[in-house]
Design a protein around this ligand. Structure first.
Ligand SMILES: *[C@@H]1O[C@H](CO)[C@@H](O)[C@H](O)[C@H]1NC(C)=O
Length: 531
C-alpha cells in the first residue's frame, strides 16, 4: 500500500506520461491547424537522422505556440527582440541539459531533438517535484492530510496541464513559487529574526522564469511585516515591561534591526539574478554591435541584437518587458475586448469564476480579518496564549483562516489583472501556475462519496488480513478512507478519475479539470487555439 505522498508522486508522474502519450497520439492522428504564428527557423546545417524523425513524431506536438519561442531561445539564444518577453531560466536549463544529452547520444540525434527531449524530461521531473512541494505546503497551511492530498491530486490534472509538460516555463514557475511560499511559512526560525534569507533564492528564480515572479516578492515582504507585528514587537513590549536595567533598553530593538537586515538581504538575493538578466538584455540590444547571426536566422521583420534602436533602450529604467508586451503582443488596458474574443473569454470563465467567487466569499466572512490585513487580533497578550475562537456560523472558503489572507490578495490581484490587461486566453495557465489557491479552493469544495471499498468495515477487514492494523498512521488512514483500499495499491487510480462524485458541485469540478486536461492536450498539440 502506498503512503499519501507516494500516491501523489506516482500520480504526478503518471499524469505526465499520460500527457506525453496523448499528445503524441493526437498530434499524429489529427491535421495541424495553420496558426500563422512565430515558427523557429530550422538550422539547415543540422543533419537529420532516423532518430530525429522518431523524436519529431513522439514529441513534435509539444512544439506549439510559445513553445516555439522557448525552443528557439534554447537553441539560438535571444536572436530577436520579441524573444525578450520570455525569461531565460527555463530555456537555459533546457540548453544545458541538451548539451549533456548530446554528448551522450549526439551520434543518434541532433541538437534540436535533444532540446526537445531535455525540455520534456525536465518538465516531467519539475512537475513531480512541484506536486510534492504543493502537498507539503498544503499540509502546513491546512494541517489536514485530506485537504492537502486532494489539492495535490487536483494539481496533477489541472486545467492547464499541457503547459506544464510542453516546453513552457509554467512547471518551473509553479515549483519555485510553491517553494517560495513554503519558505515563507517556515517562520518558526524567524522568531527572533535569526537571519533567514533562504526564501529570496526561489523567489529570485521565479523572477528569472516569468515576469510575474516579481509579484512573489510581495509574499516575502508580507511575511516579514507579519512577523514583525505579530512576534517581534509583542516580544519587545513584553521584555520592556519586565526590564530590570535601563541600560539594556537599546538591546531590545536588536530583533527589529535584524529583521530589517534579513528582509533587505532576501530582497537583494531575489533581485540580483533578475537585474543580471536585464543588464544582459541591455548590452545585447542597446549597445550598437554586429549581430553576427547566421544567414538562416537573419530576418528583416524583427529587431536584431546590437541594433540599438528600440525605444526602451532610452527609458530612464531601460527594462524591455512592458515595451515588448505592448509593442509585439498588443497588451494594454482593455485592449482585448473584441467580439471575436468571446470564445477565449468563455474558456477563461470557469477559473475566474471559481477564484473570484471564493475570494469574495472569503472577504465577506472575514471582514475584520481583512481590515487587519490578516494580522491576528490579541497580539499584545504575549505570554497568555489566547486561543483563537472560530465563529460557528461562518461557512465558505477559508472562513477565519488568517493564513490565507495573503494568498487571496495575490490571486485577486492576478485575476483582475488578467481580466483588464492580458490576453484572456493565458488566464488559465497563468493563474494555475502562479498560486496554489485554485487547488485549495477546489479541494475544499470537492466531496468524495463513499463506495464499498472505502467502507470502514472493509478497510478494517483489509488491515486485519494483512496484519499491520496498528502501524498505519492516522493521516494515512484518512486517505485510505477517501480513496478506498484498491486505489491505495494503484499507481494511477485516484478519486478524481475513478470515482463518481456525490454532488453537483464536486461533479462540476471533476468535469472541469478532466475536461480541460484532455481538450487542452488535443487542441494544443495540433496548433488549435489553446494558448
Ligand atoms: C504577468 O504576466 C502577464 C502574462 O505573461 C503579463 O502580461 C503581465 O505583464 C505580467 N505582470 C507583471 C506584473 O509582471
Amino acid at each position: 500500500m502506498y503512503s499519501p505522498r507516494q500516491k501523489i508522486l506516482w500520480f504526478a508522474f503518471n499524469t505526465r506520461i499520460a500527457v506525453i502519450v496523448l499528445q503524441a497520439i493526437a498530434n499524429n492522428l489529427l491535421p495541424d491547424h495553420n496558426a500563422n504564428v512565430f515558427i523557429s527557423p530550422e538550422d539547415p546545417t543540422l543533419r537529420r537522422t532516423y532518430g530525429d524523425v522518431i523524436i519529431e513524431k513522439l514529441f513534435g506536438g509539444f512544439k506549439r505556440w510559445d513553445a516555439q519561442y522557448f525552443i528557439h531561445i534554447a537553441q539560438y539564444g535571444y536572436t530577436y527582440e520579441n524573444c525578450l518577453a520570455f525569461f531565460p531560466l527555463f530555456p537555459m536549463l533546457v540548453r544545458y541539459c541538451a548539451y549533456g544529452l548530446c554528448s551522450l547520444v549526439g551520434s543518434l540525434i541532433n541538437f534540436h531533438s535533444s532540446l526537445l527531449i531535455s525540455a520534456t524530461v525536465l518538465n516531467l521531473l519539475i512537475f513531480v517535484k512541484s506536486a510534492d512541494i504543493l502537498h507539503r505546503l498544503s499540509l502546513r497551511i491546512f494541517r489536514s492530510e485530506c485537504k492537502a492530498y486532494k489539492a495535490a491530486v487536483l494539481y496533477c490534472v489541472n486545467p492547464a496541464s499541457i503547459f506544464f509538460s510542453a516546453p513552457y516555463s509554467e512547471a518551473l514557475f509553479a515549483w519555485m513559487t510553491f517553494y517560495t511560499l513554503l519558505k515563507c511559512t517556515d517562520n518558526e526560525t524567524l522568531r527572533f529574526a535569526n537571519i533567514d534569507i533562504t526564501s529570496g533564492l526561489p523567489a529570485g528564480f521565479t523572477m528569472m522564469t516569468r515576469s510575474n515572479g516579481s509579484i512573489n516578492l510581495g509574499f516575502i515582504l508580507y511575511t516579514s511585516f507579519k512577523n514583525v507585528i505579530e512576534r517581534t514587537i509583542p516580544e519587545i513590549v513584553y521584555k520592556y515591561k519586565t526590564l530590570k536595567h535601563r541600560l539594556m533598553l537599546p538591546f531590545l530593538l536588536l530583533p527589529l534591526l535584524t529583521s530589517c537586515v534579513a528582509l533587505f538581504l532576501s530582497i537583494v538575493i531575489a533581485l540580483l539574478p533578475f537585474l543580471l538578466v536585464q543588464v544582459y538584455n541591455y548590452f545585447k540590444y542597446c549597445i550598437p554591435n554586429d549581430h553576427n547571426l547566421p544567414e538562416f536566422l537573419y530576418n528583416s521583420e524583427y529587431v536584431l541584437p546590437g541594433s540599438a534602436e528600440s525605444p526602451w533602450c532610452n527609458y530612464s529604467l531601460p527594462l524591455s518587458y512592458s515595451y515588448i508586451q505592448s509593442h509585439y503582443w498588443d497588451v494594454g488596458f482593455l485592449k482585448y475586448y473584441q467580439l471575436k474574443q468571446i470564445p477565449n473569454f468563455t474558456l477563461a470563465a470557469p477559473i475566474l469564476f471559481i477564484i473570484l467567487n471564493n475570494c469574495f466569499s472569503y472577504i465577506r466572512s472575514n471582514l475584520q480579518l481583512c481590515a487587519r490585513l490578516g494580522i491576528r487580533s490579541h497580539i499584545y497578550s504575549y505570554g497568555h496564549r489566547m486561543s483563537y475562537k472560530p465563529k460557528q456560523i461562518c461557512k465558505g472558503f477559508g472562513a477565519n483562516d488568517p493564513i490565507l489572507f495573503v494568498y487571496i490578495v495575490h490571486i485577486m490581484f492576478l485575476a483582475i489583472f488578467c481580466i483588464v490587461f492580458v490576453h484572456i486566453q493565458v488566464t488559465t495557465r497563468l493563474l494555475a501556475s502562479a498560486s496554489p489557491i485554485l487547488y485549495w479552493m477546489c479541494s475544499s469544495k470537492i466531496n468524495v462519496g463513499p463506495t464499498p471499498m472505502t467502507d470502514q468495515n472493509s478497510i478494517n477487514e483489509h488491515f486485519r488480513r494483512i496484519g499491520i492494523g496498528k502501524k498505519i498512521p492516522s493521516h494515512h488512514l484518512s486517505i485510505v478512507n477517501l480513496e478506498g483500499v484498491d486505489n491505495m495499491y494503484s499507481r494511477w487510480k485516484t478519486f478524481i478519475i475513478s470515482r463518481k462524485m456525490p454532488d453537483c458541485q464536486s461533479q462540476l469540478i471533476q468535469y472541469y479539470f478532466l475536461g480541460y486536461f484532455f481538450t487542452g492536450i488535443i487542441l494544443f498539440s495540433n496548433f488549435y487555439p489553446w494558448t
